[in-house]
Design a protein around this ligand. Structure first.
Ligand SMILES: [Fe+2]
Ligand SMILES: [Fe+2]
Length: 260
């Protein structure tokens, strides 16, 4: 059975029952979802709070809790659960192929893990400043070097390094136009990154940051269970429930449609 969920600015969706065996306190009500303002800014969908409130009626509320349109997450979600049940599949595959490539080259597991996680924010949270958001999400669970490399790959992607065979990505010419040039603050950040002792770790992420747009080859995060086990400190309580300063970011991916 497919379940439609209302999105701004369409009309209300049907009543959505809670997943079997679970209660969210909104039983019997039509549950509406609203897109996050950061996703609608600059588009016709950018609605005001007033518009949203006008949509409320008796028996119709904004969604809180599990959205049955999404696969249910386990109570103590692991990194692999996010890969399999939440991340956008295309981006998850892209990261997995990057990590596989790094491993096939015999690179250090620090680099393999950084490749595995480098676009996690694109897959599950936000695109703009994805390296920064991604680094923040994983910071409590990886080494400082891995988080740093994830943060800085975002910047390094724009700057060639012929000494190691890294060219400006052809894909970026298609994405951003042939004349696109990064702004001054990015160039300034690059100067710092270039001089940093971990420069090559981030550079190796960009060297393995290939776009496998035409690859449908199945690849599962289980392939990296060993690397994750050794280098990703998964909290016992599950990602999102360990009280860390970034737990809310993981919970946002578990319940992305919570109104507040
Ligand atoms: Fe990236
Ligand atoms: Fe990437």
């Amino acid at each position: 059975m497919s379940i439609a969920v209302d999105r701004v600015p369409a009309g209300p969706g049907p009543e959505i029952p809670p997943p079997a065996g679970q209660r969210h306190g909104q039983e019997g009500l039509v549950r509406m979802t609203a897109l996050p303002p950061v996703a609608t800014m600059g588009t016709a969908l950018h609605s005001t709070g007033h518009d949203l409130l006008e949509r409320l009626r008796p028996g119709r509320v904004f969604m809180m809790g599990d959205n049955p349109a999404l696969p249910r997450m386990p109570q103590r979600p692991s990194l692999a659960d996010f890969f399999r049940l939440r991340l956008e599949p295309f981006t998850a595959r892209h990261m997995l192929h990057s990590a596989r490539r790094a491993r096939e080259q015999g690179l250090d597991e620090t680099v393999v893990l950084a490749c595995l996680l480098h676009d996690i924010a694109v897959g599950g949270l936000l695109r703009s400043h994805h390296g920064h958001w991604g680094a923040q999400m994983v910071e409590p669970y990886v080494t400082e070097e891995v988080a740093w490399a994830i943060r800085q790959h975002e910047i390094l992607r724009f700057f060639p390094d012929p000494a190691v065979g890294y060219d400006y990505p052809e894909a970026y010419r298609t994405f951003f136009g042939a004349r696109y040039s990064p702004p001054d603050h990015v160039r300034e950040a690059y100067r710092h990154v270039r001089a940093h002792r971990w420069y090559m770790t981030a550079r190796l992420v960009t060297l393995n940051d290939l776009y496998t747009f035409d690859s449908d080859e199945d690849i599962d995060v289980g392939e990296f269970e060993d690397v994750i086990g050794r280098h990703f400190r998964q909290p016992e309580q599950g990602l999102g429930f360990d009280g860390s300063p970034v737990a809310h970011m993981w919970r946002t991916m578990i319940w992305p449609n919570n109104f507040l």
